[in-house]
Design a protein around this ligand. Structure first.
Ligand SMILES: C[S@@+](CC[C@H](N)C(=O)[O-])C[C@H]1O[C@@H](n2cnc3c(N)ncnc32)[C@H](O)[C@@H]1O
Length: 222
């Protein structure tokens, strides 16, 4: 399947699926996505009173985990889907969420100690622009956590069989989940992503693989 990442189409898609996004994530990953998000955040080693941006925040899982385990952190969640932001606010009434585009971040230079981005970059057409923006608003010495699908291995291929089945029995829009699989399969594997991040000025601090590398986190610093 062609992977059309036209930003307006992507925004419409996430607005449309927002109501069942969490439920489907739980079903498809058997709840493991939340544990993986927690483990990748733990690997960041967040210091007290830090300024954190959760880019492509979706329904606010990262904000929820960070504010629970690092209560002194000041977190801003950002996403361009109004519906996702609405749900993030409902799930995290005390946290700050804003509607915005990762390719044009509404912040000054060097504002954040940490930037997290889970399952977001894969959906962005202009990755160069997004990485430029993340690098710009991150402080010198600040850390960027990127989490997404990793190597295209056997588990990843099993996923390609299970997802259409789950989507079919739950009666959801199968086009959106075809896009999920196509974007997964065409996304650069972690080794290539790390090179791409390095070419944009980041340095690798550590990489953590989950589910035998099917999901991978890269912690980069500026
Ligand atoms: C797969 S969801 C991930 C949500 C959340 N981070 C998580 O891990 O559950 C991807 C999110 O990225 C957002 N997104 C995609 N492109 C974006 C952009 N250019 N700027 C801001 N948000 C974007 C979508 O609206 C969607 O909520």
């Amino acid at each position: 399947m062609q992977c059309d990442k036209n930003p307006q189409k992507i925004k419409n898609m996430f607005n449309e699926i927002s109501g069942y996004y969490d439920k489907m994530n739980n079903l498809i990953s058997l709840g493991s996505h939340y544990i993986i998000k927690f483990l990748s955040i733990k690997a960041l080693d967040i210091k007290p009173n830090s300024m954190i941006l959760d880019a492509c925040c979706g329904t606010g899982d990262f904000s929820k985990i960070i504010s629970k385990f690092y209560p002194s952190a000041k977190i801003i969640g950002l996403d361009f889907s109004a519906q996702m932001i609405k749900l993030a606010k409902q799930k995290n009434p005390k946290n700050v969420f804003i509607q915005g585009d990762c390719t044009n971040l509404p912040f000054g230079e060097n504002e954040f100690d940490y930037i997290t981005m889970g399952f977001g970059l894969r959906n962005i057409n202009d990755r160069t622009k997004a990485l430029y923006e993340i690098h710009r608003v991150l402080k010198n010495g600040g850390k960027f956590l990127h989490l997404d699908f990793g190597n295209h291995n056997k588990i990843s291929r099993i996923f390609n069989i299970i997802v259409p089945f789950i989507v079919k029995i739950s009666g959801k829009n199968s086009e959106h989940y075809k896009y999920l699989l196509a974007s997964k399969d065409s996304f650069p594997p972690p080794d290539d992503l790390i090179k791409e991040f390095e070419s944009r000025g980041f340095k690798l601090l550590k990489r953590q693989d989950y589910l035998f590398g099917t999901i991978s986190a890269q912690i980069m610093y500026k």
